[in-house]
Design a protein around this ligand. Structure first.
Ligand SMILES: [Fe+2]
Length: 334
């Protein structure tokens, strides 16, 4: 692991290219007193926008029963189950246990970024809670993430040299679902233990997977969509936008994943017919396919950049971002 980033100058020098890096707590302009993960779980699990996946090697009937009960079962029992929980819209709790989160966390962080010359299209927090030993899928996120470990211990795994193992072109276009990374040399792995208070910058469009090490683990990921420094995107995000230039039917899906799914499930809501004036509408057959795939089935799905839906045994609830997408590892580029 390369040294901690400890100054604004180091941060602005290193954010544009992989690999991920730790950020010294002294550079972070905020702190926050969260309730215990157990109490947060008990609060958040009841919210309809909370996504929970029950895991484990139990029989399918056991997992199904737990999935049906996990929002209402006694919390002392729930914390013994293996599960992953994610919530991408924490503003729903700004009137409750996150009442001063904007004032104490988001405004100081946005102010810090602005002072360094950054701009963005979206900067929002997501919550992740996982049970004993539970791990994320292997995936990439479309956005940069400031990963903030709040409680418990996780290993945040990525690659030391993503440009060699998973070039940007693969990260952008790949649609292969993966619960685990492909076999690789452990020497290529960048594995960062994340303890309470630790911060890590997760670079956009680089593959990663997170392994839990404690009974309960809770983290916040502040996701940055369209992040620029002095009007320049990171190299991988610039590659994504060049890809969009030749595939203009794709960008409207970016950062709309969760809202789009909500719209599909909401009676009376319709898709936007056009991304922007002059662009071609999404094919009707494709919209119908999306609707069929999500209409009440409750099956886990993950989006890929092509707009198709990749089903997996477990949902792609990653460690970081609304745009989590599974990818594959490729051999070194020629
Ligand atoms: Fe992630």
């Amino acid at each position: 692991m390369r040294p901690l980033v400890t100054t604004p100058e180091e941060f602005t020098a290193r954010w544009r290219t992989p690999p991920n890096f730790r950020i010294d707590a002294g550079l972070i302009p905020f702190s926050y007193g969260f309730p215990d993960a157990r109490d947060v779980l008990d609060l958040v699990r009841r919210d309809p926008e909370t996504r929970i996946t029950v895991l484990g090697d139990n029989e399918e009937a056991v997992r199904t029963a737990r999935s049906l009960a996990i929002r209402t079962a006694p919390i002392d029992e729930v914390v013994t189950w293996p599960f992953r929980l994610v919530h991408f819209n924490l503003s729903r709790f700004y009137g409750g246990f996150l009442g001063d989160f904007q004032a104490k966390v988001m405004i100081p962080w946005r102010t810090f970024l602005t002072a360094q010359g950054f701009t963005w299209q979206r900067c929002s927090p997501a919550l992740f809670i996982s049970g004993q030993g539970c791990s994320s899928t292997y995936h990439v996120d479309n956005s940069h993430g400031l990963v903030w470990q709040v409680e418990g211990i996780k290993n945040f795994n990525s690659y030391k040299d993503p440009d060699r193992l998973v070039p940007a072109s693969v990260a952008i276009s790949s649609a292969i679902s993966a619960e685990l990374p492909a076999p690789h040399d452990e020497a290529d792995r960048l594995s960062v233990p994340m303890r309470p208070g630790d911060m890590l910058w997760s670079h956009a469009l680089t593959p990663h997977w997170v392994t839990g090490k404690t009974a309960l683990s809770m983290s916040i990921n502040i996701s940055h969509g369209g992040l620029c420094h002095h009007s320049r995107y990171s190299e991988r995000e610039a590659a994504l936008r060049r890809h969009w230039d030749s595939h203009p039917e794709l960008p409207w899906l970016h950062d709309l994943r969760n809202r789009a799914l909500s719209a599909l499930r909401t009676p009376g809501r319709t898709w936007p017919r056009r991304r922007r004036s002059g662009s071609r509408p999404r094919p009707a057959a494709s919209r119908a396919s999306l609707a069929r795939s999500h209409s009440g089935a409750g099956r886990p799905c993950s989006w890929n950049i092509s707009g198709r839906i990749a089903r997996s045994v477990r949902p792609s609830v990653g460690a970081g971002d609304t745009g989590a997408r599974p990818v594959r590892v490729v051999k070194a580029a020629a």
